[in-house]
Design a protein. Sequence first.
Length: 83
Amino acid sequence: MLIAILSMQMLLLILLIAIISSIAPIVPDILQVVHTVDTTLNDVTIMLPEMNGTLWDLNHALPGIRQTIFLTRHICDAVDCMQ
């Protein structure tokens, strides 16, 4: 019985070594992917508040720009400046 348990433990050890040796070559690639994702998420975290501020500015500037275009068209229609 003891020999059977030791044999199972040795088989398990050999199986674990085989699995680890087959996975080991891709570990650096996985680490590179994790590092790239982490860097990208940090960049997005920094950019989001800036983008939010820009969108807020555009939200307040666009009505004025739209009104300017509207008035410019009416002025040009009245004096035929587009010809």
